[in-house]
Ligand binder design. Structure first.
Ligand code: HEM
Length: 373
């Protein structure tokens, strides 16, 4: 409240209030291109052609439009609506496998395999290759983490190597898809001649790479943060058991209260920008504290309270503006199904450790393990 815009020692700016964040997310003088950052994201240069999350208009808009075409009209559930029965079947199968286990790790046994199976299936990645993805994606996501126990050079080398391996693998899959009609996303992208023309192979690989990474970790964290929040709020858990429709506003409230993406580190000012009376000079790097904006007391009443009945819940969990998350409908549906099924089928679940251990990342927030009995 006192410092909506804070200058850091390294010359970058941190923005943490709702009004200023929404303003800046819609400001056309801001770049998402990692090549413009004064404090580079480790490994960003070496990891190959950026995907459209880190590209500015007009290229961003062309690539986003092309990537969205297989999903149906923008901002409608499109492809996602028809997926409900398949998603429910995957979730049920995972919960069936809990039988006989004394202790369940919600991350490893449930929240991780579910969205990973879905995104791999959507893209057309064979099931037997999924474990390799686990290793690659983890090494790439670790580039955004800060862990004093790991050697930064080793982490960087692992992340860069994993990016190269993943790209090479996706390139191989793409080669098989050319000229072949099929239903997976990779095949559709490879053979789609829409009004914007075709993506190049390099662009398809970068897009598939983005969807895999974006579709992995974030949804895992939303499901895990959701399970933890429900276990900490037993009255809400009990209410959800009796009123399954509560899940829709409840997931929105989770995206506000325990969002998987805490901050976006990749924005830079194209020109001098004034935010809350502070002039941010051209070229400065800007960090957007989305999670803080979603708990801004000037925008949300009693912001530290988890309240699924909250009205007008325009949180920043999926960002805002031209880079608004386009996996939102899928992530919402997955989390709604996962939490409703867990609550319906688990009898008096109990947390083993509270708080659980977290991935040491300032960007993505979620437990590494969440054991329940
Ligand atoms: C962008 C959050 C799930 C694909 C974003 C952004 C946020 C976000 C905050 C904005 C980044 C920025 O402004 O720089 C989340 C959360 C998720 C989730 C919290 C789960 C709970 C997904 C899924 C997919 C996906 C499942 C893919 C199927 C994308 C893509 C972008 C994006 C492609 C870039 C959009 C653009 O640059 O135009 N996401 N995401 N996300 N997300 Fe998600």
């Amino acid at each position: 409240r006192k410092t909506p815009v804070a200058l850091q020692e390294d010359g970058s700016y941190v923005i943490s209030t709702y009004r200023e964040l929404t303003g800046i997310l819609h400001n056309p003088h801001l770049s998402s291109d990692v090549r413009n950052l004064s404090r580079p994201i480790p490994g960003a240069e070496e990891r190959g052609t950026p995907s459209f999350i880190n590209i500015d208009p007009p290229e961003h808009d062309r690539l986003r439009r092309l990537a969205m075409r297989p999903f149906g009209p923008p901002h409608t559930p499109g492809l996602v609506t028809g997926m409900e029965p398949d998603l429910t079947a995957i979730v049920s199968g995972l919960i069936d496998d809990f039988a006989g286990k004394e202790r369940i790790d919600i991350v490893d046994d449930f929240a991780y395999p579910f969205p990973v199976t879905v995104i791999c299936h959507l893209l057309g990645v064979p099931r037997e290759d999924e474990p390799r993805f686990h290793l690659w994606v983890n090494a790439i996501i670790d580039l955004l983490a800060y862990d004093p126990k790991t050697d930064p050079k080793e982490k960087l080398d692992n992340g860069i190597q994993a990016s190269k391996d993943l790209r090479q693998y996706l390139g191989g899959l793409l080669e098989q898809r050319h000229g072949r009609p099929g239903d997976d996303l990779l095949t559709r992208l490879a053979n789609d001649d829409g009004p914007d023309g075709r993506m190049t192979d390099e662009e398809i690989v970068s897009t598939a790479n983005l969807l895999l990474i974006a579709g992995h970790e974030t949804t895992v964290n939303l499901i895990t943060n959701g399970t933890l929040t429900l276990l900490r709020h037993p009255q809400v858990l009990q209410r959800l058991r009796n009123e399954p429709d509560l899940i829709v506003p409840l997931v929105e409230e989770l995206l506000r209260y325990e969002p998987p993406v805490h901050m976006i580190p990749w924005r830079a000012a194209y020109s001098d920008i004034t935010v809350a009376d502070t002039v941010i000079p051209k070229g400065s790097q800007i960090m957007l504290m989305l999670a803080s904006g979603s708990r801004d007391p000037d925008r949300f009443h009693d912001p530290d309270r988890f309240d699924p009945d909250r009205q007008d819940n325009q949180h920043l969990g999926f960002g805002s503006g031209i880079h608004l998350c386009f996996g939102g409908p899928l992530a919402r549906l997955e989390t709604q199904i996962a939490l409703n099924e867990l609550v319906r089928r688990l009898d008096r679940p109990r947390l083993v450790t509270d708080p659980p251990p977290y991935r040491p990342s300032p960007v993505l927030r979620g437990p590494i393990h969440l054991h329940i009995e």
